[in-house]
Design a protein around this ligand. Structure first.
Ligand code: PGA
Length: 247
């Protein structure tokens, strides 16, 4: 199981950040889970140096540009230089700030070209009875995959994160059968974009109120390859419980 802790902008003290990192190192002793911390960009610098632990570093975003004359941008080569292994791309909170599918596709490409695994976040705002939300998920995936080579497509991790389930509690999160259905649907879409059995090898993880209370049953029922917890990843007790539930 891959667990990618999405700290968002919850942590703004290096003491707290260091405590959470130390906790993750302890929890990473379990052989059943792989932990990655998607920390705010400045903390990558804090943790990357000499990080020989089993805890991987992830960025929460990457620039779609490569130019040196772009003030404020964090480009993929910089992340690679710091040892970043994963990057979240197209999180709904970035999409809500105007990030388009075209920009997201560019970011996915930038990450891959620089040897960083993109975690492509997709998800619908709400579910309609006519299941039009499925077409939206399909479009989000197709747009990001179109410019990629077959090998690059295999390297992308998909995080299914329905927006209606984000920032709530496990009671409001997705039900196991619905997640199972979504994973099948995403694999079907991938199957149309990839040859042979390649689609079955793509990792699909889930985010949206993943908490200690629901991860085990979701994992068991849906065949999901991991989780992307937000609020539960910055509460030490909750995060420890969540990781242990999957260990
Ligand atoms: P949540 O956030 O676990 O707080 O719902 C998940 C996410 O937005 O990635």
């Amino acid at each position: 199981m891959l667990i990618v802790a999405n700290w968002k902008a919850y942590v703004a003290s290096k003491e707290k950040a260091k405590k959470l990192f130390a906790l993750a190192k302890k929890l990473s002793a379990s052989r059943k889970v792989k932990l990655a911390l998607a920390v705010p960009a400045p903390y990558i610098g804090l943790f990357a140096k000499g990080n020989t632990s089993g805890v991987a570093l992830a960025a929460q975003d990457v620039s779609d540009v490569m130019d040196a004359t772009e003030t404020g941008e964090t480009i993929a080569p910089l992340l690679r230089d710091l040892g970043v292994k994963y990057v979240l791309v197209g999180h709904s909170e970035r999409r809500a700030r105007g990030e388009t599918d075209a920009v997201i596709a560019q970011k996915v490409k930038r990450a891959l070209v620089n040897g960083i695994t993109p975690i492509l976040c997709v998800g619908e705002r709400e579910r309609d009875e006519g299941a039009r939300y499925l077409a939206l998920i399909r479009a989000q995936i197709e747009s990001a995959f179109t410019g990629l080579s077959p090998k690059e497509r295999l390297a992308v991790i998909i995080a299914y994160e329905p927006i209606w389930a984000i920032g709530k509690t496990s009671d409001d999160a997705i039900q196991p059968t619905d997640l199972q259905e979504m994973i099948l649907y995403i694999r079907k879409v991938l199957g149309e974009l990839m040859p042979g059995r390649a689609a079955s090898q793509v990792k699909i993880i889930y985010g949206g109120s993943a908490e200690p209370e629901n991860v085990k049953v979701l994992a068991r029922a849906s065949g999901v390859a991991g989780f992307l917890p937000g609020h539960a990843s910055v509460d030490p007790a909750m995060f420890a419980k969540l990781v242990k539930a999957l260990s």
